[in-house]
Design a protein around this ligand. Structure first.
Ligand code: HPA
Length: 280
């Protein structure tokens, strides 16, 4: 089970581990929970005084199986401020249900997190996007045909959460302001979340383009959906790792995704660190 009760139980295990490591990070509310996408795990190295908790030690967390995903939760300081960082996520294509994929967000909420930063690697649907572009997520399209909120209503959840502004406009503005101050080009667009694990066909990418998607990936939507149901603010960043299928004519593979995200990892890390520093 991956609901509120289980999240509270997981949160108390995490609190014990952080305290046992001698840290007081969770005495105050963490300023952000951060979910790291494929190849973007390097941010973990910037977290100071980190208590690192392997998923195997957290009840309700499944082991992470994908190359490029570590599988541990870090509680520590980024830019001197307390954060919870999820290094390795659960994907629906691994066979996890949407509620399992979003469970770490429930746990972060139980730890006091009220602002969620999600990141991912994504294919570029917008034709002007180049591999290595960073994109603020303005909105998403759920094409996973799964929703983590189906089933009995969890205490504290909205039954019919509003999704008219899932990605907080003020946080998006803050990301753009920071990028401008860093001389970093930052795109903005709509993320389409698909089930995977196959990459898309060229016809599917043309369909996504007509639908209004700018980027396509296989994650993020379940986590953001739960975050919104819990009333959390969300900021999202996609790393465009490749042109989506058919936009360029080279076959796609995960190695290319990891290579591109590694290339822009430092820019991504600098952006998120400055963002955390300035969060109010
Ligand atoms: N499609 C889906 N998911 C992805 C892609 C893509 O082209 N690139 C990175 N993740």
């Amino acid at each position: 089970m991956t609901g509120r009760e289980e999240a509270l139980a997981a949160a108390s295990v995490i609190r014990e581990r952080v305290a046992a490591a001698g840290y007081q990070h969770l005495d105050a509310m963490p300023v952000a929970g951060i979910v790291l996408g494929s190849g973007l795990g390097g941010l973990a190295a910037r977290v100071a005084h980190a208590a690192r908790i392997p998923y195997a030690h957290i009840p309700g967390f499944a082991p992470s199986t994908v190359h490029g995903h570590a599988g541990e939760l870090l509680v520590g300081e980024l830019a001197g401020r307390p954060v919870v960082l999820q290094a390795g996520r659960f994907h629906l294509y691994e066979g996890h249900d949407a509620a399992t994929a979003a469970f770490p967000v429930r746990v972060m909420h139980a730890l006091g997190v009220r602002t969620l930063v999600v990141s991912n690697a994504a294919g570029g649907v917008r034709r002007t996007f180049r591999p290595g572009d960073l994109m603020v997520i303005a909105d998403h399209i759920n094409l996973m045909f799964r929703n983590p909120l189906t089933g009995p209503l969890e205490k504290g959840d909205e039954r019919f959460p509003d999704m008219s502004d899932p990605y907080d406009p003020a946080l998006r503005r803050l990301l753009h302001a920071i990028a401008a101050s860093q001389g970093l080009a930052l795109q903005e667009g709509v993320y389409a979340g698909l089930l995977g694990p196959t990459y898309e066909t060229p016809s599917e990418v043309r369909m996504l383009e007509k639908m209004g998607a700018d980027a396509v990936g296989m994650s993020t939507v379940p986590e953001v959906t739960v975050a919104r149901a819990l009333g959390m603010r969300v900021a999202g960043i996609s790393c465009i790792t490749n042109p989506a299928a058919g936009i360029s004519h080279t076959p796609l593979h995960h190695g290319e995704v990891l290579k591109t995200s590694a290339r822009v990892a430092k820019e991504f890390e600098g952006l998120v660190e400055a963002f955390v520093a300035q969060l109010r």
